[in-house]
Design a protein around this ligand. Structure first.
Ligand code: ASP
Length: 350
């Protein structure tokens, strides 16, 4: 049923079981932070959309675990959004599912730094009110994305880092786990990879989700273990607002994956939103300009997913591939790893 490159979700057989398991785990749109809005459900509009990524890749990697998880998470998210769930709850929940799966470079499956230890980064942003929360260099958190949401909700600071930041997140309710929880935590020293060689590392696997809900609100979430064999203490773009994550109700929501240092230097997600806000570019054009006119000439590999306020979806990358997928009120979930989808059908043409 599922092709290796591009698959359309047919919720039958195995997929049905995966969806049921995810649905049970997700407890019907209640994110793990427990913050699922004491807000009324969204029913103002019929349009909604969700896009996800499971990391940009610079060489072919085995995606047999990732694609079904992404397809099932999209099916669940689509169901939740159609029933009026808030985009901020849905992106948190989808990323938490990816973190728990162990199949991505995030949460349980995060890859280790040069001394063999896992350090994770994550962020969420709510385009409704421009609120954000983020954590960097977390060593013992089960779900960095949940910690980011708790930081956002506490509403005092945006970014908490290191041991003391982690202690604060735990006080807010983030679940602590021993280092042995992480599959790739080996406590083994490996040579740190100089950044100019970093593109030799095919395996990224950062995860992200962006969504438009039926209230018209946009949200984004990104979570990562960072670069393989990074120097301890290195924080990439993923937890930085405007770099690896951005959402604003007047334009779009974005999540990035790729060579983080370039996303930081060029403020890739904020720049994409500004192209739309001030340059009146379309979502597709803005994303392609970032990836092909800015990053590609710098030999910086990268990918972006985005959804705009009209419900258009873009999924672009400038390297070998990107695990990606989307669903909208009109289109059932689709996922791909290499060639295939780059955007949803323009709404004006539907
Ligand atoms: N952007 C992530 C980082 O630099 C890595 C990735 O997406 O693969 O930490």
């Amino acid at each position: 049923m599922l092709g290796p490159r591009l698959m359309y979700l047919d919720p039958g057989g195995d997929m049905k079981r995966i969806i049921a398991a995810l649905a049970a785990a997700a407890a019907c749109a209640v994110p793990a932070s427990g913050l699922a809005a004491a807000m009324p459900a969204c029913h103002a509009h019929s349009v909604f959309a969700i896009a996800v990524h499971g990391g940009e890749i610079t060489a072919k990697v085995d995606g047999s675990k990732r694609l079904p998880i992404m397809a099932a998470a999209l099916a669940l998210a689509r169901q939740q959004l159609s029933h009026g769930a808030r985009s901020i709850d849905v992106v948190e929940e989808v990323v938490r599912i990816f973190e728990d799966s162990g199949a991505f470079n995030a949460g349980r499956g995060a890859i280790a730094d040069s001394v063999g230890l896992v350090e994770t980064d994550a962020a969420v942003m709510d385009g409704n009110g421009m609120r954000a929360g983020a954590v960097g260099s977390m060593t013992n958190l089960k779900n960095p994305i949940v910690a980011a949401r708790l930081v956002m909700h506490a509403n005092r600071h945006v970014l908490m880092v290191g041991d003391r930041g982690q202690a604060y997140a735990i006080r807010l309710g983030a679940v602590q786990v021993p280092r042995s929880y992480f599959i790739y935590n080996h406590d083994v020293t490996r040579p740190a990879v100089p950044m100019h060689d970093a593109t030799d590392h095919a395996e990224h696997g950062t995860v992200g989700a962006v969504a438009l809900d039926r209230c018209g609100h946009l949200s984004a979430a990104t979570s990562t273990g960072g670069y393989d064999a990074k120097i301890p203490g290195r924080v990439g773009d993923s937890p930085l607002v405007g770099d690896g994550v951005y959402a604003a109700d007047d334009t779009a929501a974005f999540s990035g994956t790729g060579w983080g240092e370039y996303y930081i230097r060029y403020n890739i997600t904020k720049d994409a939103a500004d192209r739309m806000r001030y340059g009146h570019e379309t979502l597709d054009r803005a994303m392609q300009d970032e990836l092909f006119r800015i990053l590609k000439p710098l030999h910086a590999d990268g990918g972006l997913i985005g959804v705009d306020r009209k419900g258009n979806v873009g999924l672009y990358y400038n390297s070998v591939g990107m695990f990606r997928g989307y669903a909208t009120d009109r289109e059932a979930p689709v996922v791909a790893e290499y060639t295939g989808i780059t955007h949803s059908k323009p709404r004006s043409a539907q």
